[in-house]
Design a protein around this ligand. Structure first.
Ligand SMILES: Nc1ncnc2c1ncn2[C@@H]1O[C@H](COP(=O)(O)OP(=O)(O)OP(=O)(O)O)[C@@H](O)[C@H]1O
Ligand SMILES: [Mg+2]
Length: 332
């Protein structure tokens, strides 16, 4: 699969009519840490779909949702929820119960992909490179003594390291560990966002995000986005404060490496049984190895998010792409 070979299904009437007969609910908000990001994603997707001609309602994932969907079912739902229920499969299980179709991966695939250690194990088993890792729950540190366990992690994985919550997003809780003395604080930071911490070697190189969409001809990688945060760290502030990060789309990679990066993203998407759209985050090392970091089943869709940048770089319209995914979902 190569980048730039995607075409959205805009009918003969042109982009403005691409979603003229489509009734859509965009889900945004939720109670996860990324609520604010989700609201921004939902607004962007909702506006793009409206511009494409769809009838759009933006709903929160709250106690009124099930009744609202049952009373007035849309053709399909676009899930712009990040973190927690939006990505772990729980909400999708409920949508299945209600009998409402949605764009994106099914509940079982989300459950697998959302958990970083699970996703890493699956892509490694499929032959992709991903940094070695150790994932442990809070209880292990408490029961066996944090210092002794952390010593063994450093002995095994070396330094520097990256610690992050095993589940989550937007780099919340994630910490770089340069010396062993950074470890306790990093653990506390991660464990404040979830029960399990993932520790892996810090990989130097070029960070890329590779979106994958399936507009009907199988999963295809969009142009990779290269991420250069001016602070040196792609943390929450670098992600959502305009101007703090430079994005190069397509990434400044040789044709050879760009093809490999695209192949890794499509392969991760397929190995994990993902559907419609995903975004793989990876680091290209100075020797050209593509190290898989994680995959997102509900990629950010805000003004500074990576998937919309890739869509634009591929010469596509976000509203048309979302409408095509929703139309495919409605037909399932
Ligand atoms: N092993 C690593 N080596 C170097 N940097 C890393 C490593 N793992 C993560 N990072 C950095 O930390 C950031 C957050 O990590 P990651 O993408 O795995 O988690 P996330 O919080 O789920 O992100 P997202 O919001 O993209 O879902 C990455 O964008 C990258 O800049
Ligand atoms: Mg990421």
């Amino acid at each position: 699969m190569s980048a730039g070979t995607v075409s959205a299904a805009s009918g003969p009437a042109g982009p403005a009519a691409a979603a003229a007969d489509l009734t859509v609910v965009v889900l945004a908000g939720g109670l996860a840490y990324e609520r604010d990001v989700s609201i921004r994603s939902g607004r962007r997707v909702g506006e793009a779909l409206k511009a494409a001609g769809a009838a759009v309602r933006v709903l929160d994932a709250d106690a009124s949702l099930i009744d609202a969907l049952a009373a007035d079912p849309p053709d399909a739902v676009f899930i712009a929820l990040h973190g927690g229920s939006g990505e772990d499969g729980a909400l999708r299980t409920v949508l299945d119960l209600v009998g409402v179709r949605y764009a994106g991966s099914d509940a079982a695939a989300c459950r697998m992909a959302w958990d970083k250690p699970n996703a890493k194990a699956a892509v490694r088993a499929a032959g992709l490179a991903t940094p070695d890792w150790v994932a442990l729950p809070h209880s292990t540190f408490r029961e066996l003594g944090a210092a002794a366990v952390l010593d063994r992690i450093v002995d095994r994985l070396g330094l520097p390291l990256m610690a992050k919550p095993a589940q989550g997003g937007s780099a919340l809780g994630a910490r770089q560990i340069r010396t062993a003395t950074d470890l306790p604080d990093a653990m506390i930071s991660c464990l404040s966002y979830g029960d399990t911490v993932l520790v892996e070697p810090y990989v130097d190189g070029v960070e890329v995000a590779v979106s994958v969409v399936d507009l009907g001809a199988g999963p295809v990688a969009l142009p990779a986005v290269e991420i250069v945060p001016s602070s040196g760290v792609f943390d929450y502030a670098s992600r959502y404060t305009a101007g703090t990060t430079t994005y190069h789309t397509p990434a400044r990679l040789s044709a050879d490496v760009a093809a490999r990066v695209a192949e890794v993203a499509v392969r991760a998407h397929s190995v994990l049984g993902l559907r419609d759209l995903s975004r793989t985050d990876a680091i290209v090392t100075p020797t050209g190895t593509v190290e898989f970091l994680e995959v997102n089943v509900s990629p950010g869709m805000t003004e500074t998010s990576l998937l919309p940048m890739a869509v634009e770089a591929a010469g596509l319209e976000l509203g048309e792409v979302c409408a095509t995914l929703l139309r495919r979902a409605a037909a399932r």
